[in-house]
Design a protein around this ligand. Structure first.
Ligand code: ACO
Length: 526
């Protein structure tokens, strides 16, 4: 990014400002008319005291406040971080990256001169990074690519500030409340919710697709007995073998229909591979999937060998639907990068599982459950949680990179856990309440809420899934999201090949005197 561009060159001007005493409804009219996402809030003396964004308005309304009577100063971000008209765009990007805002007020002295949106900055970064082939990139995207849109997708999205995520436009939590796994799977893979006939046909195909190639079945006991066995490592290897046994071709060479067929096959066999590996590892015979059970029911049945109760099936099904997809996360991005090379679906899924296996991505459902075990009883919760936070530890199942409000998945999973009932769910609710209070007190302003992992462990434990299979269960449902992303990438492909900013010694470097000669004589001596 060119250092010569200043914030003043790209900001929205004149600044959209609102007085602190107007209502949310009035503020939303002003934002709408100006077609901006946020406005600076001024007090009666015209001093900047806050920022209010569309997301603040949406979130507040979502939390039940009345926009006709609630004042802007009740929901705004107080004492906002600002940038100056003379700051470079690079500096603006740095502030967005570090502070994770989407809009910043731009000051000219003590006056608000404009509003800088992350979109302005990213757009400039993007335009400047599309350089003629071979030239060095003049700028650098944020290290974690936060705020950088790298593809278009119609699979789904996450709106962290609003506590909302969706699949193909449908609220994902509503889908989890009202639909079956197969209905949502169809939505993600075929693009639309199925009617009855489509669902019947799709379910039949999905059940038929559960058969695994014989050569792969024969190799599973060997994988399950490797010394460094972990369920995800084993799944990654088995998926790779399955791709080869099914003779998968590069996605570049096959039509879209075949890509989708292979995607369905892989998503259908992942739970079968997982459960076979798990049982082999325990020295137990595999359990064939029951064709009369749907995805969620057969998942538990293949694990335990028992036919589960309907309420257990439904609880797991809701968890599985909630975790099918979640925006452009690391493993989905990995799957898309591999697909963009034209490679086969097995390779893309193997890479995605590898990405999910990382502790920064695969989450911590078993750790959240372990924390509940470590606390033991409700009377010990407060002291334990205070001690953890004061010693610099993080409470497992709290905080999220994207959600700065309730994680909608945790809200539904709390309901699912409490409906399943039991002492553990009751205890979790008590611990959650204490944890939120203590976090608010000891980490003020950090916006730490319960994340998906806190109740995920409780729900999975209640339906009989052992802790070492929590993250693999997440991988199983996420395969549906991965395959939707793979099919989307393959259907409209362009090789993903970014650049890096070289920061090593100044090239070209001279080789040390006599270096080549030493190599030559070593070769001759061989
Ligand atoms: N407990 C206590 N404090 C926390 C927690 C937590 N769970 N999460 C964040 N904080 C604090 C940090 O200590 C930091 O405080 P400081 O400003 O005093 O230094 C502040 O909040 C901001 O922390 P960041 O590291 O910037 O937050 P980030 O967005 O990078 O972290 C993460 C997100 C990794 C999920 C974090 O909240 C965390 O470690 N949570 C616990 C582990 C967990 O639950 N993981 C599962 C996540 S969901 C998933 O993966 C599907």
């Amino acid at each position: 990014m060119t250092a010569s561009l200043t914030v003043a060159d790209v900001m929205h001007k004149p600044a959209v400002v609102v007085p602190d005493i107007i209502t949310l409804a009035q503020a939303s009219v002003i934002l709408d008319a100006a077609n901006v996402g946020a406005a600076a809030v001024l007090d009666s003396q015209g001093r900047l005291i806050g920022m209010v964004s569309e997301r603040d308005l949406l979130r507040s309304v979502g939390h039940g406040v009345d926009p006709a009577i609630t004042k802007v100063d009740e929901v705004m971000t107080k004492d906002p971080v600002t940038v100056s008209v003379s700051d470079t765009v690079e500096h603006g990007l740095e502030v967005f990256r570090e502070r994770r805002f989407r809009h910043l007020p731009v000051m000219d002295g003590d006056k608000v001169a404009g509003i800088l949106s992350i979109r302005h900055v990213v757009r400039v970064a993007h335009i400047e990074e599309v350089q003629p082939a071979g030239s060095a990139p003049p700028g650098l995207a944020p290290r974690g690519l936060e705020g950088v849109a790298v593809a278009e997708t119609s699979v789904g999205d996450v709106r962290g500030e609003e506590g909302f995520f969706h699949y193909r436009g449908y609220n994902a939590t509503e889908l989890a409340r009202r639909c079956s796994f197969e209905q949502v799977w169809h939505l993600l893979s075929e693009g639309e919710l199925p009617d009855d006939a489509q669902l019947k046909a799709f379910t039949r195909l999905a059940v038929e697709a559960r058969s695994i190639p014989e050569q792969v079945a024969d190799l599973l006991p060997k994988i399950a007995s490797l010394p460094g066995y972990t369920p995800l490592m084993a799944l990654r290897s088995a998926v790779s073998l399955a791709g080869a046994a099914l003779e998968q071709q590069p996605t570049l060479d096959i039509p879209a229909d075949e890509v989708r067929r292979e995607c369905l096959k892989m998503a259908a066999i992942v739970p079968v591979l997982l459960m076979r590996l798990h049982r082999h590892h325990l020295g137990l015979p595999p359990v064939e999937p029951d064709p009369d059970l749907g995805y969620a029911g057969s998942y538990i049945q293949m694990l335990t060998g028992q036919r589960p109760h309907d309420r257990e099936i439904r609880a797991l099904e809701q968890y599985l639907i909630l975790t099918m997809d979640h925006g452009f996360n690391s493993s989905t991005f990995t799957a898309r990068v591999i697909t963009s090379t034209g490679s086969d679906i097995g390779s893309a899924l193997t890479g995605a599982i590898g990405a999910l296996a990382g502790p920064l991505h695969g989450g911590a459902p078993s750790r959240a459950l372990a924390m509940l075990d470590a606390i033991g009883t409700p009377d010990k919760a407060e002291a334990y949680l205070r001690h953890e936070i004061s010693s610099g530890e993080r409470l497992m199942g709290f905080g999220h990179r994207v959600y700065k409000t309730d994680d909608p998945r945790s809200t539904l999973l709390r309901e699912v856990a409490t409906e399943l009932g039991g002492a553990q769910a009751e205890f979790a609710v008590q611990v959650e309440r204490t944890a939120l209070r203590v976090l608010n007190e000891l980490k003020p302003g950090r916006r730490l809420y319960t994340n998906v992992e806190f109740y995920a462990g409780v729900v999975m434990n209640s339906v009989g899934i052992p802790p070492d299979m929590f993250t693999p269960t997440f991988a199983s449902s996420r395969t549906v999201g991965w395959t939707a992303a793979i099919a989307e990438q393959a259907a409209n492909n362009r090789l993903i090949r970014p650049s890096a900013l070289y920061v090593g010694p100044q090239p070209p470097r001279a080789l040390p005197e006599g270096y080549g000669a030493a190599l030559k004589s070593a070769e001759l001596a061989r």
